[in-house]
Write a protein that binds this ligand. Structure first.
Ligand SMILES: [Zn+2]
Length: 704
């Protein structure tokens, strides 16, 4: 996982507050020996230490072999990372293992039965200029957690495989029940697991999901090995579990998959699909589409092939055979830490997943290489006398590609401790596929994000990343919107920390043309030729990451911004109220409370963000202030969870059909189903959350 949709995430008009958080020469970080260090010196040390060459070395090693979750190679990489982290000077480096349900293919076959017989070759072509693509050990492309079975049925073409697509087919008199649907990964985009659930609900016999060249192939630009886009045989592997119900091991929702843990039977696991699904390349899909001779598909369903796409075929029949192995296997997270000097009980977690569908050049190994460099420079900074006052924990998560499994199990295992002590979780799923900085995060982290972007230089433009980001970028589709912190959804390892625990979280990367997602071509060759030649942007991201860790880890008062939180929340609620009748009336009380919250946060802000004012706070008061600040984001969770999918506890940031955010999930879902009682409950929960936040902010102002 770890990719946002090719379609843009939802944009909200709420003005992102530009926060001039200036932290000059701040006495925040304790040096092991005098003279006392400050955050500026710490950051300066880090900026000098980050090495693009080192990152390139890590990336080459990490991508030398395919390393799917629980494979011998991925386990070897876990030991390699643990060894390096110890060498770098991290403490408490451990391998955290869990026994979880995984899913691997034994047989994956697709055959055109009529009008003529054709067995599809579901494999990706090798290119001699990139020997990694010639590796015979690369496994069969598949959709993890597909059901096993053998079905033969008429074929239909169903565009993106979303509910509205099947509605259109039904309207045109095509009965979709019992058919095999061929659908596109994008156009319009939805998470593949949502496509599977939709097909299952509609009674289809099977699902074939392919990559149309219009979305990530030759229509976009030159293809691998000459360019970054997907060649005709590239296949997007990927899991299809229903992780919008809950992520993590399908057999242990809400609790960790430790030995002896209670486990559901696979039949009880709500996240396991009951439909067959196979991913195909454009090349595979072409003869299937060509064989359809029924009614023409609508204009916006047409793809890149030079023939008319049709909805059905009078004689087209397809056979799908899927034989899966679903073992419970041991997965391995690597966890290490730098113990805080003054407040070791307050914790910042940074993480990335290690497991890849194949080599994972970009997703995730570029991010893993970035994490390795972060670990190395924090370790050498410590030796040079720079240590954060709070504890920093680093996580190399396993089995993210299956269903965010490693991070979710770890988060579930330590949920009480994390709920109490986690300041923020900073994720880098993948580091760079281009030059456009992109971040999804909660509003309370905006000052920390902006500050890091102001301090780190764009390696090509030679000016702050912040300036390049704010200026927007000219792409083939015109000028991109100026940089802003997008609301955060799911799609990578931040999910458990944000949506289950309720901690501030973000995910960030440098974005660019990337058409080889989850294919064999996402490898070292791709990264060094197209994604980030010279690893300059990955190095910049390592610096940005480190600067955020330093601010969150070292500043005496936690730099969390609840004024922007209140303002953003007001914008979300106002948007909801404007589109629901009588939304304005129902939301009036809540909006008034949010105005109060904003005022209370404004009163506190000078103390939170002004080093001079914060300097005189006594130790006990500081402790209490930071404890209240940590608790604030938690106020926006519902301990019993949102209806129908209680694993998800955040009242503001959720996700559902795509990796993008679903704002106000409880309220949105209640109003979608015209559940008046649900709407009232959801608003009541938000009001309670805001009241709790106001009480904390008022308490904080008495402590300064
Ligand atoms: Zn990923």
């Amino acid at each position: 996982m770890g990719r946002k949709s090719p379609a843009s995430a939802r944009h909200f008009q709420a003005a992102a507050a530009i926060f001039l958080a200036i932290y000059p020469g701040f006495v925040g970080c304790k040096k092991a020996a005098p003279p006392p260090a400050d955050t500026a010196a710490f950051k300066d040390f880090v900026d000098r230490a980050v090495s693009a060459e080192k990152i390139d070395g890590y990336l080459r090693y990490l991508t030398a072999e395919p390393h799917v979750a629980a494979s011998p190679r991925n386990n070897e990489l876990a030991r390699y990372i643990a060894g390096k982290w110890k060498e770098f000077g991290l403490e408490d480096v451990t391998l955290a293992t869990y026994d979880v349900l995984l899913s691997f293919p034994k047989t994956i076959e697709v055959e055109l039965v009529s009008p003529h017989s054709l067995r599809l070759k579901i494999e990706e072509k090798g290119y001699p200029e990139d020997p990694d693509t010639m590796n015979p050990d690369v496994g069969i492309p598949y959709n993890a957690y597909s059901r096993s079975g053998d079905v033969t049925a008429p074929l239909i073409y169903a565009n993106g495989g979303n509910p509205e697509d099947y509605d259109l087919l039904e309207k045109r008199g095509i009965d979709v029940k019992g058919k095999i649907a061929l659908v596109r990964y994008s156009s319009p985009y939805s998470y593949r697991g949502f496509k599977a659930l939709t097909a299952e609900k509609r009674g289809l016999a099977g699902l074939l999901i392919y990559s149309d060249p219009e979305e990530d192939g030759y229509v976009r630009g030159s293809v691998f090995p000459d360019g970054p886009w997907g060649p005709p045989s590239h296949i997007q592997r990927g899991g299809i579990p229903y992780d919008f119900i809950y992520p993590g091991d399908p057999l242990t929702p809400e609790w960790a998959s430790k030995p002896g843990a209670r486990r559901l039977s696979p039949e009880e696991a709500m996240t396991l699909p009951k439909i067959l699904s196979i991913p195909l390349s454009a090349e595979n899909a072409r003869p299937l589409l060509e064989s359809l001779n029924g009614e023409e598909a609508p204009q916006d369903w047409q793809g890149a092939f030079p023939f008319t796409y049709r909805l059905s075929g009078s004689r087209t029949k397809v056979r799908m055979r899927v034989e899966m192995d679903e073992p419970v296997k041991t997965i391995t997270n690597v966890v290490g830490s730098l113990k805080g000097t003054d407040d070791p009980d307050e914790v910042i977690v940074v993480g990335n997943h290690r497991d890849a569908w194949v080599y994972g050049g970009h997703d995730p190994s570029s991010g893993t290489a970035c994490l390795m460099e972060l670990a190395r420079v924090l370790g050498s900074a410590k030796r040079a006398g720079f240590s954060p006052r709070r504890t920093v924990v680093l996580g190399s998560w396993d089995a993210e590609e299956f269903t965010l499994t490693g991070s979710t199990e770890w988060g579930e295992e330590h949920k009480d401790w994390l709920r109490e002590n986690l300041v923020a979780y900073l994720n880098v799923d993948s580091s760079a596929s281009g030059r456009n900085f992109s971040v999804q995060g909660v509003p309370s982290l905006i000052p920390v994000i902006h500050q890091a972007l102001r301090e780190v230089e764009d390696p090509v433009e030679k000016k702050p990343v912040y300036d390049v980001w704010k200026a927007g970028t000219a792409g083939e589709e015109g000028v991109k919107e100026e940089g802003r912190v997008e609301p955060i959804g799911s799609g990578s390892d931040h999910a458990v920390f944000l949506q289950h625990i309720g901690a501030p979280a973000l995910d960030m990367y440098f974005d660019g043309d990337y058409g080889v997602y989850h294919s064999i071509y996402d490898d070292y060759y791709w990264m060094t030729h197209f994604g980030d030649p010279g690893m300059k942007y990955t190095a910049a991201l390592a610096k940005i990451w480190a600067h955020m860790v330093i601010d969150l880890g070292c500043l005496p008062v936690l730099p969390l911004d609840y004024e922007t939180t209140a303002r953003e929340l007001r914008a979300y609620i106002s948007e909801w109220a404007a589109t629901h009748d009588p939304g304005k009336e129902k939301a009036a009380g809540l909006l008034a409370r949010l105005e109060e919250m904003e005022k209370a946060a404004v009163d506190v802000r000078p103390y939170v963000f002004d080093p001079e004012k914060a300097r005189n706070i006594d130790k006990d008061a500081l402790k209490r202030i930071n404890r209240l600040l940590i608790g604030l984001e938690r106020d926006f969770t519902d301990p019993v969870g949102i209806p129908n999918r209680p694993w998800y506890k955040h009242l503001v940031f959720g996700s559902r059909y795509t990796y993008a955010v679903l704002l106000l999930p409880e309220l949105t879902e209640a109003s979608e189903t015209a559940d008046e009682k649900g709407v009232i409950t959801a608003i009541g929960n938000l009001e309670k959350a805001v009241a709790a936040a106001i009480a904390k902010l008022e308490k904080i102002s008495t402590l300064f």
